[in-house]
Design a protein around this ligand. Structure first.
Ligand SMILES: *Cc1c(COP(=O)(O)O)cnc(C)c1O
Length: 390
């Protein structure tokens, strides 16, 4: 057997082998997953923009005009007028000086962190930061330190101990932490950064389109415009399309245009995606109906779960975990829910600490209250069955 076949065999023995679920329908509140109609509480399509008629129409128009591919990287001939427009539309929406779009949030993190740090610098990262930040940090030649999750004393301890030994220090945090739904203590981080002359970097993938005025993000939520050096967002979640961006100063953008490797060595976003994103952002700018509906649905879901006695952790955002604890029980629960028509992902170690397994629900603006009530009813019935079988 070749070595990868052996490794796959081992995955099966370890009980972690899995098949990808197949969705045959648009990413909406009800989907057909593996041939079965289920309530979808697992997507990051927070605002329902992924299949919004106006957003789809703009993508179609752009494809008809530009074609499907940009044909090159942005530094050669792949920088179409629509890419320039996209950067500017997002900068205006984010109320920051400049924006540079990447092909995904992942690409943005691995490109920006590496470009803006070098040997002699220190990166200080929250222990629960997203995998794409961890990968970006790995690619950097700077030294690394990790602080305990949202623990400002621990962050200050590292700054106090190490600041003087380095040229630049970059503090990196998620804006909203995706497993618990808690918000970074950004005002405190900014204060510490000022005190110790450090730079700040917030990855707001789960905050963009969710927090702040009409979804302008965590920085807007805390009124910290102009005070965070690098603001990363994704266009793949609430904005409903695909892509990532960094917002910050004009000089930051100019530098990254010369040094961010995903920009230099990977073809730019498809023009249809650019047009779809521009329309999504315009919808957010013109109305807060999408974010209002998202928050109403989230509060409705959370209240219904608490009423049934579930432990929903300490989320401050639509991300809604139900803490189960035991790993095997968590996965059995998630599987039984799918069999009964509710798709929520089970999340266990190593994604979250041992003994803190949970199912994670992602309500959206597309759900209606009846569907959410129906989901909670099924969750309660299935949970009672599982607990009674112990
Ligand atoms: C989802 C996510 C990303 C990746 O974004 P993509 O656009 O899907 O590549 C990056 N950072 C965080 C914190 C995320 O949650």
């Amino acid at each position: 057997m070749n070595y990868l076949e052996l490794k796959v065999e081992q995955l099966k023995k370890d009980g972690v082998y899995r098949m990808l679920p197949v969705n045959e329908t648009p990413c909406e509140a009800i989907i057909t997953l593996n041939g079965k109609k289920v309530i979808n509480l697992s997507s990051n399509n927070y605002l329902g923009l992924a299949s919004h008629p106006k957003v789809k129409q703009k993508a179609i128009e752009a494809i008809n005009y530009y074609g499907v591919g940009a044909g090159a990287v942005r530094t050669i001939v792949g920088n179409m007028a629509i890419h320039e427009e996209l950067d500017d539309v997002i900068a205006r929406f984010k109320r920051e000086e400049a924006v540079l779009v990447f092909q995904s949030g992942y690409m943005c993190n691995i490109g920006v962190i590496q470009a803006v740090t070098e040997k002699g610098d220190l990166i200080i990262s929250d222990e629960l930061n997203h995998a794409s930040i961890i990968d970006g940090v790995r690619l950097s030649r700077a030294d690394k330190a990790v602080y305990k999750h949202s623990d400002m004393e621990d962050l200050e301890r590292i700054l106090l101990e190490k600041r003087s030994q380095y040229n630049q220090v970059l503090i990196i945090t998620d804006g909203v932490f995706s497993m618990d739904g808690d918000i970074a203590k950004l005002p405190d981080i900014v204060k510490l950064a000022k005190k110790y002359n450090a730079l700040t970097y917030v990855d707001d993938a789960h905050g963009s389109g969710v927090l702040g005025e009409s979804g302008r993000g965590t920085v807007d939520h805390f009124s910290l415009h102009g005070q965070v050096d690098f603001i990363i967002g994704t266009l793949s979640k609430a904005v409903g399309v695909v892509g990532g961006y960094v917002a910050g100063s004009k000089a930051m953008k100019e530098y990254l245009l010369h040094r961010a490797r995903p920009l230099l060595f990977s073809t730019s976003m498809m023009p249809g995606a650019c047009a779809a994103i521009i329309e999504s952002i315009k919808l957010l700018e013109s109305s807060n109906e999408y974010t209002t509906k998202l928050w109403e649905n989230s509060n409705h879901l959370k209240n219904a779960l608490v009423k049934q006695g579930f432990d929903i952790g300490h989320s401050e955002t639509p991300i809604t975990p139900v803490i189960i604890g035991d790993e095997a029980k968590t996965m059995a629960f998630s599987k039984a829910l799918l069999d009964n028509g509710v798709y929520v992902s089970g999340i266990i170690f190593p994604t979250v600490p041992k003994g803190l397994g949970r199912i994670r629900m992602m309500p959206s603006a597309l759900h209606d209250k009846n569907t959410l009530d129906e989901a909670v009813k099924i969750i309660k019935v299935v949970w009672d069955q599982i607990s009674n079988h112990e």
